[in-house]
Design a protein around this ligand. Structure first.
Ligand SMILES: Nc1ncnc2c1ncn2[C@@H]1O[C@H](COP(=O)(O)OP(=O)(O)OP(=O)(O)O)[C@@H](O)[C@H]1O
Ligand SMILES: [Mg+2]
Length: 330
């Protein structure tokens, strides 16, 4: 059976610039307003029921992109579509209704839960906000969810407070809260990075199981390519506010094109003889997103740069079927 994969969320030329906060003296010296170009022209299409990973080093704009897509942040420019409908600037009641379909799981399960709210009430809260269930009906739905995420006996966990749970258990609660509305799209922002290493695989497995059951689409944000490889169908790699390469997971690992992506992949520790592990090293540090380099943002660090790289910004173009890269070498 051939299933046509429909696009669920898309972004066109999405940007988010944050004004740089400066001290009083600095403002006296210069009146020029500067911006952090956190997300600077992102195009992407996420398909129904896929797990799409957004990968990149710290500060490259992953979280900002995720928050823009679920409309937790107002974009500076560009457009966002949900099932073909433009949602870039919707507000009020319309936005409230949309929230039911778009959810986010934050990195920090400690900060994501109200310490004074019982676990059961925290998970059931969205059901009340969206007028789906209350009272005994709500309780029943929450208990079933607790069972599903392995917090059993559910009756006991329902009554506990966040501080009585481990990090892994808390993240299960946060995942439950995101899932309880049966959303279409979930941004999972580094959902395992703050929990104990020994518990990470279990949380990933849980997310995979829940995805199958609820037919949800994930945008999975991680700085770790190995995690992305495990969980995702497709991967987009970001560098300084831009997507530099986008492909299926298999394709990206077997045939990386962008020098930045090649460097990231070559840095993943692998067993085997040294000769096979040729590492591609990039010079220097990631530049500031306030004044990103001209042309290709990687050019000051790229060992393969040619003349055009410092002058012209490469566009993200389809090099092979479904494999996009923004690099002048191709
Ligand atoms: N609310 C904000 N105000 C000002 N600057 C911000 C804000 N949020 C993010 N930034 C800046 O925007 C850039 C991108 O940040 P973002 O959090 O999206 O990166 P990230 O890829 O998620 O990084 P990390 O891996 O550290 O989570 C960074 O330079 C960050 O300092
Ligand atoms: Mg982040």
């Amino acid at each position: 059976m051939i299933r046509m994969s429909r696009v669920i969320i898309s972004a066109i030329n999405l940007t988010k610039y944050f004004p740089v906060q400066r001290g009083f003296l600095e403002r006296l010296i210069s009146r020029k307003l500067e911006y952090i170009r956190a997300v600077d022209g992102v195009d992407l299409e996420i398909k129904e029921e896929e797990t799409f990973a957004l990968v990149g080093e710290t500060g490259c704009g992953k979280t900002t992109t995720g928050r823009l897509l679920v409309r937790l942040l107002e974009p500076t420019g560009g457009d966002i579509f949900f099932r073909g409908i433009r949602i870039t600037h919707i507000k009020g009641e319309e936005l409230r209704k949309l929230r039911r379909h778009l959810q986010i799981i934050f990195q920090d399960p400690y900060a994501s839960l109200n310490p004074r709210m019982k676990i059961g009430d925290a998970i059931g809260h969205p059901l009340e906000i969206h007028d789906i269930a209350k009272g005994r009906e709500k309780r029943q739905i929450v208990l079933e969810m607790l069972e599903k995420v392995g917090l059993t006996p559910a009756e006991r966990y329902y009554e506990l407070y966040p501080h009585q749970l481990s990090g892994g258990e808390r993240q299960r609660v946060v995942i439950s809260r995101a899932m309880i509305l049966k959303p279409d799209f979930i941004v999972a922002d580094e959902p395992i990075s703050m929990i104990d290493v020994s518990l990470r695989a279990k949380i990933l497995e849980l997310m995979v199981d829940l995805k199958k059951e609820f037919h949800v689409t994930y945008l999975f944000i991680t700085h770790d390519l190995a995690t992305a490889k495990y969980i995702s169908d497709r991967i987009a790699v970001m560098y300084l506010g831009k997507i530099v390469e986008l492909a299926t997971t298999d394709e990206l690992f077997s045939n990386p094109l962008h020098p930045y992506v090649k460097a990231l992949i070559s840095a993943i520790p692998r067993p085997g003889p040294k000769a096979e592990r040729e590492r591609l090293l990039l010079r220097g540090e990631i530049p500031s997103p306030i004044n990103p380099p001209s042309g290709c943002r990687l050019h000051p660090r790229c060992p393969f740069k040619i003349r055009i790289c410092s002058k012209e910004e490469p566009k993200l173009l389809e090099k092979e079927r479904g494999h996009y890269v923004a690099c002048h070498l191709y």
